[in-house]
Design a binder for this molecule. Structure first.
Ligand SMILES: [Zn+2]
Length: 412
């Protein structure tokens, strides 16, 4: 137990209103993908009062294009990352604290009971776009560092607090730009919503689009045309078999087995017309160490094509829309154990390190930055990207205390 634990918990108790007000100011800033600067302005003004050095920079696509996880086609004018360095005396272990400032778009506004940028508090919850994913976690990271500074808890290792842009739309370039700029540490924490369960792995996820061509005609004389939906079906059936095979043979102690899911089919112009095209979109997941899943998926399409004369002459077009790679850090390493210990001390329960069912920037810190990486944050990922998104305020306050305690133990 750190000698500061009493002071940390008293401080969090006494500053609840201030902390909620800061979270509200972040939610009230519209930071839908591309507009992150609204939130970074709020963020920077809070950091100006703290003893840290600020590095404010836009990701540079020219520098990032050398990484195979780089996402092409994104523009970063007025979309800065902000990294605040809190210097330690150099005798201890360093730490990266990472979160993304962008949110998804709110969808249909009528479905929101409270306006998405009002940050309404009701029944112990704060509602708003990005409240759960992930402004509560992001705010808590800064507030934990503010606490460390106010209580004068000495730092031995450097702490790098990163508020990054562009995680949601394909993802990753903001964090990738921090790594490329030289920010690495002995450990990293990403504050995505995990209901405060520490996680040291996540699945990989590939989104795909396959476009099948047919030939339209009146369907009463279908022999004169080609039905693109019927041409797609053998491939779709193969995918179901491939999913069953993956699920029966691929397991990971922290992660769910891989899935393949067809999520949209866009085809046809009417009930009595053969569809001239059929565009299938979906995604599949894969476990750490199973990169061959991508070629196995492609092979199924090639086999379906080889068995059909029309498809052989009119090959479907396969596009991968994104590939978020998986990662796994050793849950028995000193960093995960430090986090697990913090959780047991602050939350008073034993919660073993688990795995995250979806992708996050953690993979970049772990795979490219070579850092042991933990995902841990307030809020439930099931509330993310939904109308009436909210975060439980109790969990938000607990996360500030928990982060401060973990940072003090690791870098202090
Ligand atoms: Zn997120």
């Amino acid at each position: 137990m750190t000698k500061f634990s009493r002071e940390i918990s008293d401080y969090v108790l006494q500053n609840k209103h201030r902390h909620e007000a800061f979270l509200q100011s972040l939610i009230k800033a519209d930071t839908t993908d591309g507009s992150e600067d609204n939130g970074q302005t709020v963020w920077i003004s809070r950091l100006r009062d703290l003893p840290c050095e600020l590095d404010i920079f836009e990701p540079d696509p020219n520098r990032l294009s050398k990484y195979d996880e780089y996402n092409e086609g994104h523009v970063y004018v007025n979309r800065p990352n902000v990294v605040a360095t809190f210097a330690g005396d150099g005798s201890g272990k360093s730490l990266i604290l990472n979160g993304h400032m962008d949110t998804v778009f709110p969808g249909s506004l009528e479905k929101w009971s409270f306006p998405p940028w009002d940050a309404t508090i009701q029944d112990g919850k704060m509602f708003g776009l990005g409240s759960c994913d992930m402004k509560a976690g992001l705010a808590a990271l800064l507030l934990a560092m503010e606490l460390i500074c106010k209580l004068k808890i000495p730092l031995r290792g450097n702490v790098y607090l990163q508020s990054v842009v562009d995680e949601e739309a394909g993802g990753g370039n903001g964090t990738l730009a921090c790594i490329d700029r030289g920010y690495t540490a002995d450990a990293a924490l990403v504050a995505e919503p995990t209901t405060l369960i520490p996680m040291s792995a996540h699945v990989g996820s590939v989104a795909f689009r396959v476009s099948f061509r047919g030939m339209a005609c009146h369907s009463n004389m279908k022999w004169e045309g080609v039905n693109s939906i019927e041409k797609a079906l053998p491939f779709l059936n193969r995918l179901r078999e491939l999913e069953q095979k993956w699920q029966s043979e691929r397991h990971h102690p922290l992660l769910p087995s891989p899935i393949i899911s067809i999520n949209t089919i866009d085809a046809g112009d009417g009930a009595v017309l053969l569809p001239a095209s059929c565009i299938v979109e979906g995604n599949f997941t894969y476990l750490p160490g199973w990169d061959q899943s991508i070629s196995e998926f492609t092979n199924e399409l090639e086999s379906a094509v080889a068995e059909d004369e029309w498809l052989s002459e009119n090959p479907p077009v396969l596009q991968f829309l994104h590939n978020v790679k998986p990662y796994a850090s050793n849950p028995q390493g000193s960093w995960p154990l430090c986090v697990e210990y913090g959780v047991s001390e602050i939350l008073n329960k034993q919660i073993p390190v688990s795995g995250f069912p979806t992708g996050a920037d953690a993979r970049l810190l772990a795979n490219i930055g070579n850092m042991p990486t933990i995902i841990l944050g307030p809020g439930n990922i099931r509330r993310a990207h939904t109308e009436n998104e909210f975060v439980e305020l109790d969990q938000f306050h607990q996360s500030i205390e928990l982060y401060a305690y973990i940072i003090a133990n690791w870098a202090g």
